[in-house]
Write a protein that binds this ligand. Structure first.
Ligand code: ADP
Length: 494
């Protein structure tokens, strides 16, 4: 049997303990799925107070002096062994403070974020080059700008053996700093001399990763194409186009235990594809909970989202009166920009019994909307992967989505797919009329029970588990290692 592949997964957050976005969920689920596939994977994350509190027994495993610029010394502490070894990067001066992983309690970016995440990247590269304990990775998997410098440090290490992969979870976050701040980081000198990391008159940690990593990934195939265009490339489209031969889009999986209508403790009645009638009981309970009129005959349309422009909250507000006119009911859960919160709340006040809006974060209600609604809305302007459309398909609630990013890759429209594969409704223009048109097509299908049941069961049977994604990452790792080996061979020959 061949040796297992050794991977160091470097992340600035990990659910359920420290989570600012989807990356936290990925860091929890993907390494576990890789381990099930036989990969020898270990996770490295800064020792924030929340992690120190959960793992007070974390034992010293290695000490590192970064010997780079002004970076502080740090220690690796082994916090947990299962399902994968979890290493905390301990450096109290950088990470042991109140607030979030990137921001102070007043929501200001920490002024020393270049040091905090410069250190994470530097230690990842040292751990990869020198190993720790008796373990040395074949590859480091970096995530978002916070570990973007690691491939650059690695490139400057003599005798480095590990390959690197950089994953972009949302290209809008680029890790921008002032040029002068580079001096503190002790990066390879050619990075100082050139404009390699320049972006928008500043320097970008993410760009370093995109430039130096042997393999690049993002969280859906369509988003991988979209970030190569000026619309969604945020100034990095040129570099991404140049490197598109090593760029792969891999859809995130979902937590199929937490999001399982057959076992969901938040629901009035649990169900699966063979007991879809139970959705009626969930719809009734949801109407009751939200103060919607008890109308079993009316289609109930749900939405759970951050109420921001990206998610198309304005599009939903624009068409809500027309939906009510068509006889539908609307249930919205979200929080975000006050202009969208106010517009939606005003609609709920004007159309009591037909539109319900709950502002705030409510995990249980999110599950009950997925289960009780007939149709789920996700009209995002852009969406790197998106989770809610995956949850809704699993709950037998066909989604209406815009054709972008992970939405385009996960939802199939009956006008474009064979009957056995259609799972929802897709529209193109980010405009109210296009959204309304797609909803009206969906409601026509809803009125035909046989068509509708087929759409529901297609979605419920689709595989959105992490297992398929983990296999795709494994393939990317293998290609990155082969690319690194080929580059070395060329360098030696030259
Ligand atoms: P994004 O990460 O861009 O916000 P996703 O669809 O990828 O969008 O993931 C959103 C996640 O957050 C889902 O799990 C969704 O159910 C949850 N969520 C968003 N808003 C709320 C809310 N107000 N209450 C409960 N859960 C929410």
């Amino acid at each position: 049997m061949s040796e297992p592949l050794r991977v160091l997964f470097v992340t600035p957050e990990i659910a359920p303990w420290v989570k600012a976005g989807g990356l936290g969920d990925v860091a929890q689920a993907l390494p576990a799925a890789l381990a099930r596939d036989g990969v020898d994977v270990r996770v490295l994350v800064p020792a924030y107070p929340a992690l120190k509190a959960v793992f007070p027994q974390a034992a010293p495993a290695a000490a590192f002096a970064p010997a780079a610029g002004e970076l502080a010394d740090a220690q690796l502490r082994l916090a947990d062994e299962a399902p994968v070894p979890l290493y905390l990067l301990a450096c109290d001066a950088y990470y042991d403070r109140p607030g979030g992983p990137y921001q102070s309690p007043e929501n200001q970016d920490w002024a020393d974020n270049h040091l905090r995440f410069g250190l994470l990247a530097r230690i990842a590269s040292l751990a990869a080059t020198r190993g720790f304990g008796a373990w040395q990775p074949d590859l480091i998997h970096c995530n978002d700008w916070q570990s973007g410098l690691a491939p650059a440090y690695l490139a400057g290490e003599s005798g480095a053996h590990a390959a690197s992969v950089m994953t972009v979870h949302n290209l809008a976050y680029q890790g921008l700093f002032e040029r002068a701040q580079l001096n503190a980081l002790g990066l390879p000198s050619e990075l100082h001399a050139t404009e390699a990391l320049a972006l928008w008159d500043r320097i970008s940690f993410l760009k370093a990763g995109l430039l130096y990593a042997d393999g690049l990934t993002t969280v859906s195939p369509t988003y991988a194409r979209e970030i190569q265009t000026p619309d969604l490339g945020f100034g990095l489209e040129g570099l991404l186009r140049e490197r598109n031969d090593v760029l792969t889009g891999i859809l995130n999986g979902i937590d199929t235990d937490t999001w399982n209508p057959a076992h969901d403790p938040f629901l009035a009645e649990r169900y699966d594809a063979s007991r879809l009638e139970a959705k009626k009981a969930n719809a009734r309970a949801l109407r009751d909970e939200l103060g919607l009129a008890a109308r079993d005959d009316a289609p109930l349309i749900g939405m759970v989202a951050r109420l921001v422009e990206q998610k198309g909250a304005d599009l939903v507000a624009a068409i809500a009166p027309a939906l009510v006119h068509d006889g539908a009911q609307l249930a919205v859960l979200g929080q975000g920009e006050s202009r969208f919160e106010q517009a939606l709340s005003a609609l709920a006040t004007a159309q009591r019994g037909a539109i319900a809006v709950r502002l705030g974060f409510d995990e249980g209600l999110a599950h009950r909307i997925e289960a009780g609604a007939d149709l789920f809305l996700m009209p995002s302007r852009f969406e790197p992967c998106g989770l809610n459309q995956l949850y809704s398909m699993r709950y037998g609630t066909p989604p209406v989505v815009r054709r972008t990013g992970g939405l385009a890759d996960s939802v199939r429209d009956p006008d474009e797919a064979p009957a056995g594969e259609a799972t929802g409704f897709v529209f193109d223009a980010p405009e109210p009329a296009a959204l309304l048109g797609a909803i009206r097509r969906a409601l026509a299908a809803w009125r035909d029970p046989e068509t509708w049941r087929r759409l529901q069961t297609n979605g419920m049977r689709a595989d959105f588990s992490w297992d398929a994604s983990a296999r795709a990452y494994l393939e990317v790792y293998r290609r990155a290692i082969a690319a690194r080996d080929a580059a070395r061979a060329t360098a030696r020959a030259g």
